[in-house]
Design a protein around this ligand. Sequence first.
Ligand code: IPE
Ligand code: IPE
Ligand code: MG
Length: 247
Amino acid sequence: MPGVSTLAKQTIDVPRHIAIIMDGNGRWAKRRLMPRVAGHRKGVEALRGVIRACAERGVSHLTVFAFSSENWRRPQEEVTLLMELFMRALENEVARLHENDIRFRVIGDLSGFSARIQALIRDAETLTRDNTRLTFTVAANYGGRWDIVQAVKKLIAAGAAAEDVDETALAQQLSMAEAPEPDLFIRTGGEQRVSNFLLWQLAYTELYFTDALWPDFDAVALDQAIASYRSRERRFGRTSEQVRPVS
Ligand code: IPE
Ligand code: IPE
Ligand code: MG
């Protein structure tokens, strides 16, 4: 039955959830003697391609780091331009996401954004909430430590006693509570660090680092990352013999 084997292959081969740190926009622009914002613009285009590629490959969750809680430390001019770009992307891209049955979410401390951006985010989330093909989440003004702290605050506010607090209870309050933990983490741009991205959720994620700068990252590069993921043995603390299927 070809149908069944295709399905089985897909479940094994394709990560359910891919999380990406899109890094290297500034260097991409610098190499071309262009302003950094040109790299960010090109980065939005690359993201469009990667969203499409993920949907086509049957990935069910894609989460990208667009702006960290530490990125406010950049020069004011770059922060302003990034905010404008974020707003334009929200205005121009959401309809296309919706047409493609993609659910859009933003995680992070939204209070740091303008009222206009907050409204666009709310509208986009409402519009796309019932879409099922792919859940596309943007982490904006996000920090993994912030996420854990806000989860603890919610538990306290709900009146949780110390004995009620366990990993499951805490995980349920995190921003990505409804998504499976990432199977594959990709960071472009050559740095090999997590930069305060999904700290809790990355505990058992397969990590993949590439020197490719984000604006150059395309479907071929995504397939290379997925191929690397497929070659890994995910043991979750067990031995190789325990997790290998008996042949
Ligand atoms: C990533 O590219 C995008 C954001 C952090 C907003 P960078 O802007 O960090 O690019 P590099 O690392 O300077 O090349
Ligand atoms: C991390 O990129 C955050 C995003 C891609 C949005 P940075 O380029 O800001 O990371 P660091 O500070 O160099 O680690
Ligand atoms: Mg960077």
